[in-house]
Design a protein around this ligand. Sequence first.
Ligand code: TYM
Length: 334
Amino acid sequence: MEKKSILSGIQPSGEGIFTLGNYIGAIRNWGVMQEEYDCAYFIADLHSLTVRQDPQTLKKQSLSAFALLLACGIDPDRSLLFVQSHVRTHAELAWILNCYSQMGELSRMTQFKDKSAQHADNINAGLFTYPALMAADILLYQADLVPVGADQKQHLEFTRDVAVRFNNLYGETFKVPDAYIPKAGAKVMSLQEPTKKMSKSDENKNATVLLLDEPAVIMNKFKRAVTDSEKEVVFREGKDGINNLMTIYGVLTGKTNEEIEAEFAGKGYGDFKAAVGECVAEALRPVREEYARLIADKAYLETKIKEGAQKAEAVSWKTLRKARKRVGLLELPR
Ligand code: TYM
């Protein structure tokens, strides 16, 4: 039986590149899924342009992001791994899909609303049509499943709607993908304001754990994590800070909430926070070490980046060609 196919992407922007939220909600599962699925993963650098970037920093972070995905266990000889902007088919299909996306549905996207509020001085058209580019990323590879955190669910629904709309108009062209959202850890919260998502762009540095943070920094961030005025480590509505720490600890140790509650019965929040910090620092240690090794090997990274781009171009062109024909674009005579 043919393996099911997986596709997912991540933006290279933001200080320190990836967060513990990115890791727990998405990347951690990407490596594991290589066993069972045909996987494609990419650095979504075109998406990052929707927010003003420093050009030198973006370039540097894209390379670092590529190395970091390898360090997180993505095997470029088994999975397709590439940088989005190296594969021209993405921007081209995005244009076509833009013409099948409605202003109304795009204006309902919560990410658009949030980012417009955050960047009121730069509400650009790219920010608005972002979901059409994301739909192109996914549909080009005929993905069955898209492993993402909960914040991307609405974009996935949009992708499905566009795919169905296009297929209804022109006949089967795109596979209609399903979101694959983890049961635990789909929304890791800020350590400082635990009702808010942990995010790369948080101004409070203590709110976000970065994959490349040193162990001492990680320990310190967890030590300062905001909790509540009670004493018990129990998972309960209203205890957002503790719930978040329990989720992180549970995902990384495989322990259930009951087991965690028993482990810390009679102990204070201080002990619990230290245990979570230690467990995160340990989980990220191999990633940090492997990253340091890889980022020093520029020649290897460049080879893999080139190979990825070529393979992705070949795979995605098949779908783009079909879509071009469907809508009536004249083929280039050979
Ligand atoms: P991005 O770069 O914001 O995030 C990458 C992945 O990490 C997940 N994530 C989280 N999960 C749990 N808790 C958090 N606090 C947290 N923060 C982020 C995101 O859900 C995501 O899975 N638009 C996408 C990138 C993209 C993409 C695609 C993804 C572009 N094209 C095609 C899938 C398929 C984004 O900005 O993700």
